[in-house]
Design a protein around this ligand. Structure first.
Ligand code: XUL
Ligand code: CO
Length: 437
């Protein structure tokens, strides 16, 4: 079998003192943290679209990256060689999981039947490579945003014929995800939004999106696919406004259409920042509402207003992200999928390794620091104390919904001006810094 990354051997853990750029300094897969192996806490996945199909194109120019596995004129040969290269990469990097869109792994043909046949052919190869290597599928998904038929959306398209095409595509993508043993299936509404309200019936589009998701729920039962369904919030790009704007608007949508029991959220860091939140805000919202599921790990650039999908290296985000995730009980079916791409100037295959090693080490450091914080509980103690007034009979009565305005007035008239307390933000930020290493 040809080697696509001959210059790189299996990446090993060498510890924090190592200067080897092709070694982990912090991610030691079998080391236990809070009684569980790091690999089982972090559940790292490589995404196929950026790492194996993204060649560095941007709105101002075509790709800059050339790979030995995409040189053939035969698109099916390219698909096969790319899949071989991807599994060589997963194995050398030592990740447990991968993720894909249907159209990343096999090229679309003119007719759906032929497209599905091509997909089956490549999925058979993926299944073999999964069996040979032990690498598993974290989630599959369907690309319903690249082809021109989806220019006005998939589930929210004004045409029921396009809706039907989208549903057929989800049906097939769910079948192959099940066949590959996927732990989940993601819905990211790439063009489920609008460019102008002047041509859009928002209420009707939302109803249609819910119809598509209900059909998926029914089909999941029918084919006995046991994986978790995820919705991935994103506020805009490619459309001006996307309906799955952020964790809170996805939650409202799921509640309105009785879909909460069937979906969790796949929170992507750069999508949360595009929504004007932080990654941590959307994680916390999802956990507080019992809908956290998985993470698309990346970061944006504060000076660029779009989805730059950079590899995550910010330790504040990885520490606080892991702290929130661990407080919620950790990943169950989800994981940390690197929905991230190397920069346009990072044209060498080795750059793909540097990028993933950096992201994995950043989350490993986050995990270890979060575990130390969970042991000491400096913030929990402070927060518990801050809200302790609610544990008194007076506070409990309000929380249980048994209090009235008249009682609030009587209490205030009797007790006068409330005693207020410092929020201690500076102290808490100093404490957080102490956990960085
Ligand atoms: C796009 C994005 C997608 C989803 C899967 O911004 O994040 O790649 O993760 O469709
Ligand atoms: Co994503």
């Amino acid at each position: 079998m040809p080697q696509y990354f001959p210059e790189v051997k299996k990446i090993k853990y060498e510890g924090p003192k190592s200067k080897n750029p092709l070694a982990f300094k912090h991610y030691n897969p079998d080391e236990k943290v809070m009684g569980k192996k790091m690999r089982d806490h972090l559940r790292f996945a490589v995404c196929y679209w950026h790492s194996f199909k993204g060649m560095g194109a941007d709105p101002f120019g075509p790709g800059t990256i050339l790979r030995s596995y995409n040189q053939s004129d035969d698109p099916m040969k390219v698909a096969e060689e790319t899949m071989q290269a991807a599994f060589e990469f997963f194995t050398k990097l030592g990740v447990e999981f991968w993720c894909f869109h249907d159209r990343d792994i096999a090229p679309e043909a003119d007719k759906l039947a032929e497209t599905n046949r091509r997909l089956d052919q490549i999925v058979a190869l993926a299944k073999k490579l999964q069996n040979d290597t032990g690498v598993k599928l974290l989630w599959g998904t369907s690309n319903m945003f690249s082809h021109r038929r989806f220019m006005a959306g998939a589930g929210t398209n004004p045409s029921p014929a396009v809706f039907a095409y989208a549903a057929s595509q989800v049906k097939k993508a769910m079948e192959v995800t099940k066949y590959l043993g996927g732990a989940g299936y993601v819905f990211w509404g790439g063009r489920e939004g609008y460019d102008t309200l002047l041509n859009t019936d928002m209420g009707r589009e939302l109803d249609h999106l819910a119809c598509l998701l209900h059909m998926a729920v029914d089909y999941k039962k029918k084919i006995r696919f046991g994986g978790q369904f995820f919705i991935e919030p994103k506020p805009k790009e490619p459309t001006k406004h996307q309906y799955d704007f952020d964790a809170a608007s996805c939650h409202a949508f799921l509640q309105k259409y009785d879909l909460v029991p069937h979906f969790k959220l796949n929170i992507e860091a750069n999508h949360a920042t595009l929504a004007g939140h932080t990654f941590l805000h959307d994680l916390e919202y999802a956990l507080a509402n019992g809908i956290f599921g998985s993470v698309d790990a990346n970061r944006g650039d504060p000076l660029l207003g779009w989805d730059t999908d950079q590899f995550p290296t910010d330790l504040y985000d990885t520490i606080m992200g892991m702290y929130i995730i661990l407080r919620g009980g950790g990943f169950k079916t989800g994981g940390l999928n690197f929905d991230a791409k190397v920069r346009r100037q990072s044209i060498d295959p080795v750059d793909l390794f540097h990028a993933h090693i950096g992201g994995m080490d950043a989350f490993a450091r986050g995990l270890k620091a979060a575990a130390r914080m969970l042991k000491d509980k400096p913030f929990e103690k402070f927060i518990r104390d801050r809200y302790k007034g609610w544990n008194t009979p007076f506070g409990k009565k309000i929380e249980k919904g048994r209090a009235t305005f008249e009682q609030m007035e009587a209490y205030t008239l009797k007790n006068g001006e409330p005693r207020i307390q410092s929020g201690r933000q500076e102290l808490l930020e100093n404490i957080l810094n102490e956990y960085i290493d």
